[in-house]
Ligand binder design. Structure first.
Ligand code: NI
Length: 225
């Protein structure tokens, strides 16, 4: 499932991020790529251990921890420290799959979810769509600054070449409590249905309470924590 999470960062936060990133040291993005994807990758990144990446990453993690849509869609167990990249004119990232396991210091993560948080207004660049392939075909994603796309890390994906301007974003991975994308999608659909019914009928309605029970029991059956 792909989920568009709106307003992870406010416009003021995006402006502050851009100011900090403009002053950062950018290095070749192949530093964090696997052997195969290094061949496909042409972009720039802020080093993961830099103060800028750490401080801005903390702000993103805080915002995600308070974001009901991210929690419902991703059911996150661990979120990898956010990284920052940019694609200037001519840069791209050809089709690849993200590494299954990543290390954050001594902690090992399984990457179930890939996240891209957009930090550039879509009018400020051409090209640069995130293109995700699934069984229904290709999905081109270009979101307002401050919005985020969540998609299965198992997907083949790429970033189309930039033809004008520069596209800045934060990217990171999460391990979900529910490993299967199919099960996560069912839980997300069920949760959204419960939220809508709850608005119509009230939280105490017997059907809403029953559905909430089913949601929790499915989560109990499928979650690893
Ligand atoms: Ni990738």
């Amino acid at each position: 499932m792909m989920a568009h999470i709106e307003g992870v960062l406010s416009p003021d936060q995006v402006a502050m991020f851009r100011e900090r990133l403009a002053a950062a040291d950018w290095v070749d993005g192949r530093a964090t790529a696997g052997e195969q994807s290094a061949l496909a990758k042409r972009n720039l990144q802020v080093p993961a251990d830099s103060e800028t990446a750490r401080e801005l990453g903390e702000i993103i993690l805080g915002a995600l921890g308070r974001n009901p849509a991210f929690i419902s869609a991703g059911l996150p167990l661990r979120v990898y420290p956010p990284l920052f990249n940019r694609y200037d004119a001519g840069m791209a990232f050809d089709t690849h799959v993200d590494n299954a396991i990543r290390f954050a210091g001594p902690v090992r993560f399984r990457t179930d979810l890939s996240c891209t948080l957009f930090l550039t207004d879509p009018d400020d660049y051409d090209g640069g769509e995130l293109i995700v392939e699934d069984i229904y075909g290709e999905h081109a994603v270009k979101l307002p600054a401050g919005d985020m796309i969540l998609y299965p890390a198992s997907s083949l994906h790429r970033v189309a070449a930039i033809t004008r301007g520069s596209r800045w974003s934060s990217f990171f991975w999460a391990q979900s409590m529910v490993r299967s994308d199919e099960q996560r999608t069912l839980l997300y659909d069920l949760d959204n249905t419960i939220q809508r019914q709850s608005l119509k009928l009230g939280q105490g309605d017997a059907e809403v309470v029953g559905l909430t029970g089913i949601y929790n029991n499915l989560l109990r059956m499928w979650a690893d924590v």
